[in-house]
Design a binder for this molecule. Structure first.
Ligand code: SF4
Length: 403
């Protein structure tokens, strides 16, 4: 089967080294069949040129210190009200304990995010950083989504810049570029009631980058969105990156619908996540569109499952993300791919794809290459997060007041 003319012409321009336009990206994101196959092959070639055969992963632990949140994002299966069964709150001691367990399992990073409880003081974010750094000064702390930065800064009546600068001094290393969802006002109205607007997300990200705090870039796709939104989203990310060079990677996050109110409350109106073609196109076209700007394209095993994530290594992806140890956000939305892929398992998955596994840190510096040897095998981490004891015993006074 031959290629459609528009896709053939765009790919010819890509092969000449020309930057892909937003309009061209929209065409590519909507491709199927032979067109999509050709796009994936081009993306794979670009990945080979830029990253070679090395595929990175980071040994890290997700610590979601609370799922109590009143923001009401409609896609979210994670948030609970304080009186709900399964509501969790981790004390500072519990957070530090988890970070120490992660360090003992070889983690170079802890990824810390939580829900937004209106009674939580903005200073709590710095308390978390200081508590971890006091015990683990070398641990990379990748923490607090732009939603949390927005909340903390507002609570303390600080500018985003001042708030992030303070967090940096307390040990913040980098910020997850989550809460981006789709950077389009209409879509955000449906997804998040536009509480954190696209403009605010961009402002926070720019503030972080200008302070030398890198962030990831994300997109959450496969609900009420489509190629038009994806192309505009990527164009915005590319513009920011051209200016700041502060994004470390792009992480496409497919929408998990099972326990999502957005899907359950709108029968027939919201898609149950992206199609297989859309997953391929998201990774491949993003590689092409962001060429020379964001050169690390990551796949999410927590969303796609390890097997599908491995397949993305042939569609422009060069990074397998984190071992996570306690993945809970995707699980809460109904994803069934578990909490952890250990370093040993990462190495086997990457090697089975014919690539060279490289353990990296948050800043993409190489920690160890596993060309011919394996990391030690590890038993699964004993699940501790979510124990009711954490919630009941450690709940600080400021969270006990009625909302
Ligand atoms: S996505 Fe985050 S901010 Fe929104 S409801 Fe869920 S936990 Fe709260």
């Amino acid at each position: 089967m031959s290629l459609s003319r528009p896709v053939a012409e765009i790919l010819a321009r890509v092969s000449e080294g020309r930057e892909t336009t937003q309009a061209e990206a929209e065409v590519l994101y909507g491709a199927t069949g032979a067109d999509l196959k050709a796009i994936c092959a081009v993306a794979d070639g670009l990945r080979q040129k830029v990253n070679g055969d090395r595929v990175g992963f980071v040994v890290n632990r997700n610590i979601n210190f609370t799922n109590i949140c009143y923001m009401g994002c409609t896609f979210c299966g994670f948030a609970k009200r304080r009186e709900d069964q399964g509501a969790e709150w981790l004390s500072l001691d519990s957070i530090v304990l988890r970070a120490k367990e992660a360090a003992a399992r070889g983690a170079s990073e802890v990824c810390i995010q939580g829900g937004i409880h209106p009674k939580m003081p903005g200073s709590y974010y710095r308390d978390i950083l200081l508590a971890i750094k006091a015990e683990l000064p070398d641990m990379d702390i990748h923490a607090f989504s732009p939603f949390e930065i927005w909340y903390g800064a507002a609570k303390l009546k600080m500018s985003y810049s001042d708030f992030i600068a303070d967090l940096k001094e307390c040990g913040l290393g980098s910020i997850p570029g989550t809460a981006a969802e789709i950077l389009d006002t209409e879509v955000r109205r449906l997804l998040t009631k536009d509480k954190l607007s696209a403009a605010k997300w961009v402002e926070i990200i720019r503030a972080a980058h200008s302070l030398g705090v890198p962030t990831t870039a994300t997109i959450m796709y496969g609900h009420v969105d489509g190629p038009k939104h994806w192309a505009a989203h990527m164009a915005l990310l590319r513009d920011i990156q051209q200016e700041t060079q502060g994004f470390t990677e792009l992480v496409p996050l497919s929408f998990v619908h099972y326990d999502s109110p957005l899907y359950l409350d709108n029968p027939g109106l919201v898609r149950p996540g992206p199609t297989a073609d859309e997953v391929d196109a998201m990774h491949a076209v993003s590689r092409i569109f962001l060429r020379g700007q964001i050169d690390n394209i990551q796949t999410s095993w927590a969303k796609l499952g390890p097997e599908r994530a491995q397949a993305m290594l042939f569609k422009g992806v060069n990074d397998f993300g984190g071992t996570l140890m306690n993945e809970s956000i995707s699980r809460a939305a109904g994803s069934g791919y578990g909490q952890e892929v250990t370093a040993y398992e990462m190495v086997q998955i990457i090697r089975a794809a014919g690539r060279v596994p490289v353990q990296r840190n948050t800043r993409y510096e190489v920690i160890e290459e596993f060309a011919a040897h394996d990391p030690a095998r590890q038993a699964p981490l004993v699940e501790r997060q979510g124990a009711p004891l954490d919630f009941m015993a450690d709940l600080p006074a400021f969270l006990q007041e009625a909302v």
